[in-house]
Design a binder for this molecule. Structure first.
Ligand code: CMC
Length: 432
């Protein structure tokens, strides 16, 4: 649990019509202040009302720090820029899940464990066979993560640390295999077995793009781009899908079931599904020969949203978008891809950032704005973009699930202010 600062407890005073109460102020390690209302209802009969939990701290967490005003993101205290430059996805995952950067030996052990668990049970081929090719890979991914729990019953109950480590490694390893198999199912190609010699990212690309008679040899820049994409998506504190994982986990549901729920939450176009919407919007501009100004005018008339812009927490430039904006052109030029969508995206950014509609509302590019262009350059099909996000976000979900499991969190149960009909009698159908 969180290490609060040593400062003496300060109190907030709340004046209600009937009485005045004092509420403790909780101060986080980065000096964030929160008013602890845990006992408010018991002491006063009042609850707080905060539509969509936008001003509610639902947990004290040690995992990720965001300063939305200054555009800061740190995993376990380490700036995202440093991890993006120096780390690997597996190492970043270990940092998030265990709280510390791993030793060389621990890293090697975890990598070996990922390799050991990279296969899925052959029986799962029948599950994939039952999925129609037109099915969305996100639906398949969520269903198959739940199906994995049927084949990994020995790690459903977390009795000790070793069982947790085993479950985390299995899930992290198998999500790649399942995601690639979901893609192969959707295009009617045979599922590829993982290759034990390949790194996490390369292995995924192999399962996506190799075919039985021809191994896929990705460009090293493509592997690096995938690594960067996954690191940047690995955690983002109490976002919609992570809050979902925590909510489900708080009932005591197992890790696999909780993460399957996270996949469903991620799918929505306002969350992880935005990376698809961005590219579709840019493609539409390109195909219809629209100008970016024409699209911006439609957005300002509220006829559509500008996808990849705006954020619930960042009221400045999303640091992940910064990194991707700098990186995308380099990857595209190294892979000798000349994508007109990159130029449209850049013009769109420039136009929006000089327009009062966006400036006055603090709407800046978010992580999804440039990620689609990067995934396109890697040949990842559009319907897999949010699946890629899910692979990246999994370590975060696992870390948060663990925090719930190990902590004193009670079952999550928000309250409501009921605004419906007051008591009335049932009317038989012939009298209505
Ligand atoms: N395009 C046009 N207008 C926008 C946008 C946008 N993308 N985002 C916010 N606004 C406007 C909104 O209409 C409102 O205007 P007004 O004050 O006139 O009513 C104002 O800005 C405040 O918006 P809000 O809906 O209160 O903002 P929010 O913080 O609730 O929404 C958001 C955050 C991410 C859902 C929203 O910005 C959005 O829909 N963005 C597009 C979808 C997107 O890119 N999502 C990815 C988020 S980052 C990655 C992730 O979480 O997965």
């Amino acid at each position: 649990m969180s290490k609060e600062t040593d400062k003496p407890t300060q109190m907030a005073r709340l004046i209600l019509p009937e009485k005045e109460v004092e509420l403790p102020i909780v101060i986080g390690t980065e000096d964030e202040h929160a008013i602890d209302i845990t006992n408010l209802r018991a002491d006063t009969g009042y609850i707080t009302l905060d539509d969509g939990y936008r001003n509610t701290g639902s947990v004290k967490s040690d995992i990720t720090y965001i300063d939305g005003e200054q555009g800061i993101l740190r995993y376990r205290g380490i700036p995202i820029e440093q991890l993006a430059e120096h780390s690997t996805f597996v190492e970043t995952a270990m940092l998030l899940i265990n709280g510390e950067l791993p030793s060389r030996e621990n890293l090697a052990q975890f990598r070996a464990s990922l390799t050991e668990h990279e296969m899925i049970h052959e029986g799962m081929r029948h599950s994939f066979a039952g999925v129609p090719p037109s099915g969305h890979p996100m639906a398949t991914l969520s269903a198959m993560i739940n199906t994995l729990s049927c084949y990994n019953t020995d790690v459903m109950r977390m009795e000790d640390e070793l069982t947790f480590e085993n479950a985390a490694a299995r899930l992290m390893s198998k999500i790649r295999t399942v995601a690639a198999a979901a893609f192969k199912t959707s295009v009617g190609e045979p599922m590829m077995y993982p290759h034990p010699e390949l790194s996490y990212c390369r292995n995924f690309l192999h399962m996506m793009f190799s075919i039985p008679y021809k191994d896929y040899e990705p460009d090293p820049d493509e592997v690096r781009a995938l690594r960067l994409f996954l690191i940047l998506h690995a955690d983002h504190e109490q976002n919609c899908s992570t809050a979902t994982v925590r909510m489900v986990g708080s009932s005591g549901a197992n890790l696999f079931a909780s993460c399957a729920a996270g996949v469903c939450a991620l799918w929505g176009p306002l969350h992880g599904g935005a990376n698809v919407m961005v590219v579709e919007q840019l493609e539409r501009i390109h195909k219809l020969g629209m100008t970016v100004e024409q699209l911006v005018e439609r957005v300002k008339r509220k006829e559509e949203r500008l996808y990849g812009f705006g954020h619930a927490v960042y009221k400045s430039y999303d640091p992940r978008a910064h990194i991707l904006r700098d990186h995308a052109p380099k990857v595209l030029s190294k892979l000798t891809v000349n994508d007109p969508l990159l130029n449209i995206a850049r013009r769109m950014e420039e136009t929006a950032l000089n327009d009062d509609y966006f400036v006055s509302r603090n709407l800046y590019p978010n992580v999804d704005f440039y990620s689609g262009v990067l995934l396109r350059a890697m040949g990842i099909p559009v319907n897999m973009y949010t699946v890629m996000f899910a692979i990246g976000r999994l370590p975060g979900w696992i870390a948060h699930w663990k925090e719930v499991h190990d902590g004193e969190t009670r079952i999550n149960r928000p309250r409501q202010v009921y605004m419906g009909a007051v008591k009335r009698d049932y009317v038989p159908v012939d009298q209505r």
